[in-house]
Ligand binder design. Sequence first.
Ligand code: BEZ
Length: 268
Amino acid sequence: MVRQGRGMSGWDAQGYDRSFSFVTSYGAALLDLLDVQPGERVLDVGCGTGHQAAELAARGADVVGIDADAAMLDVARAEHPEVSFHRVDAQDRAAMTAVVPTDGYDAVLSNAALHWMPRQDDVVAALADVLRPGGRLVVEMGGAGNVHLATEAIRAARREVGLDPGRASSWTFPTPGEQAARLERHGFRVRLVSLYDRPTPLGPGDTAADWARMFGAVLVDDVGQASRAVFDHAVDTHASAAGLDRRPDGEPGWWIDYVRLRFVAERL
Ligand code: BEZ
């Protein structure tokens, strides 16, 4: 269904919006937590296709969206011309300073993006750099234990098609303690850190194998065309054995075992 996903260059940005819009929908609670005020300068880190940034703009904020992926930004610019978008890797402190307004941002918001960045200390340091003193940081990302069942199913399928099941992913899913300590090290006062399970239903007709193609690129991009059907079948078989084809709420369809780490911090 989808060509390739987040974690590789050249996202299938349209497929992402079409089939995995839950990423944006779940961001709504985060926006409420940010409680943005008209005129505030806000940076949306890992803005993807820009829906959250556009919502912030609609609430009166002066928003800049950044993402490292050009395909995502193409869609964001086309769909939300009222927002400024820039291609910046949030781990790159020098590049981040290029998008800071005088006196810094009032707030930084990030949803489902920071776990793609292996250099978490660089990211948190860069976020401290771009916020004004007293500015707030509101983030949700994958936390410890995130997508464990889904990843194990992919690894088991890799073994079945003769690939290394232990291939490293580039995701980082910190514990609350690790992330709180990191925030304090880089000049933040931590207001809230919370780790919670969020079993996430997939769209109608999507299975674990579809999710793996969109989000697990680093674990599936070396699967050859000839093995693809066998691999997809194996992913779904193992995911089904782990219960991912039976939604916990009893509704029909597949789900993924997301665990979210949410935190709110203030720049000292
Ligand atoms: C996440 O949003 O937590 C996530 C998505 C795909 C792969 C890994 C993590």
